[in-house]
Design a protein around this ligand. Sequence first.
Ligand SMILES: Cc1cc2nc3c(=O)[nH]c(=O)nc-3n(C[C@H](O)[C@H](O)[C@H](O)COP(=O)(O)OP(=O)(O)OC[C@H]3O[C@@H](n4cnc5c(N)ncnc54)[C@H](O)[C@@H]3O)c2cc1C
Length: 382
Amino acid sequence: MAARVLVLGAGFGGLELTSTLAEELGGEVQITLVDRTAGFVFGFSKLDVMFGRADAGHVVHPYADLAKPGVTFVRAEITAIDATTRRVETTAGAFQADYLVVALGADYDVLRTRGLAEAGHEFYSERGAFALRETLAEFEGGDVVVGVTAGPFKCPPAPSETALMLDAMLRERGIRDSSTISLVMPVARPLPPSEDASAALLEAFAERGIAWHPDTGVRSLDVEERVARLGDGSALPFDLYLGVPVHRVPVVVEAAGLTVDGWIPVDPRTLETPWPDVFAVGDCAAVGTPRAGAFAERQGAAAARIIAARVRGERTDAAYDGRGVCYIEFGGDEIGRVEVSFFDGHPAGAFEGPSLALAADKQEFGASRIRRWFGREWTPVG
Ligand SMILES: Cc1cc2nc3c(=O)[nH]c(=O)nc-3n(C[C@H](O)[C@H](O)[C@H](O)COP(=O)(O)OP(=O)(O)OC[C@H]3O[C@@H](n4cnc5c(N)ncnc54)[C@H](O)[C@@H]3O)c2cc1C
């Protein structure tokens, strides 16, 4: 019987893992990919929709279009995971795996931040970001706070990008002078692994009058007074609050007893969990790299090569290299690019830009993934 590989979660990590495995083993394995949603959405597409650069319908990639040899997509909610027996319960029935991959990403705990649901807007979920498109279009100016509650959070550049894209939008609409933008992040510099990218971001904030509040998070929102209360004891008034909620593993992962200190422990090179032939990649895993699609993708590819070698009964040196590339929006279509490596000593990030020329690179980054995973042409902004 062909080996059964069960991939939980069809996000950045799950899609790349599935594609690499299908390429390596073709029809030699049975690959089952399970996700509760109808289609994949890039993290950056949330900002594109929110700022009116793309329509919601344009950025959803239906899983029905996946066409890889040996891959079956199942749309279902995963309700229980037994890592010891590698058996998984879903709303579409139970699945038994020889190799199990948990790629379920990170969920949000909006209610952990008092006042966020009532007085603010989270922009990290699809629903939150898509709904903000109208809110931003109708905004007439005032005090805006872009606030992160606590780490770790996905895509470390995204709060800075949001502040810069908002600045550009308000300028275009002629209401920047009647607005303030404050950015609150629980880190010492905007992009901790890269000194150069952080310096470029700080310069951009200073040029555009964006108030930068480092080393503290937003603890709560006062619904009556409309102020954000920060961890350092200060408070910022707001007319519009755009928030990054507390992150956590999906409930099913925690209920399965897979976590230590909130995340799934893995060997950072092989992505294998303490349970044999059970792997975890992407945002749900404690790899020691940022929570971002570019990192989840390389982890997925590495885990796929290791699984393929085991299926074939071969030894392999395949390993995750701790690298990832992030594109950073500076507003007005200017893009920066940072390449970060985590496992060669201290994290280091080479930074390029910002420039208009890098916008084409970012478009190709998105387009090439959709070509590879879904076999069709797409442009991120449209
Ligand atoms: C605003 C924003 C901008 C971003 N920009 C970038 C960027 O420019 N570049 C970049 O590299 N990253 C970016 N990211 C981060 C990126 O989106 C994530 O880090 C990446 O998607 C993580 O991949 P993953 O495979 O670990 O998880 P995900 O892509 O989140 O996939 C997890 C999947 O699991 C499914 N799932 C979860 N629980 C269940 C369940 N119980 N049953 C069934 N299915 C379930 C979900 O539906 C989801 O499809 C951004 C994120 C945000 C929020």
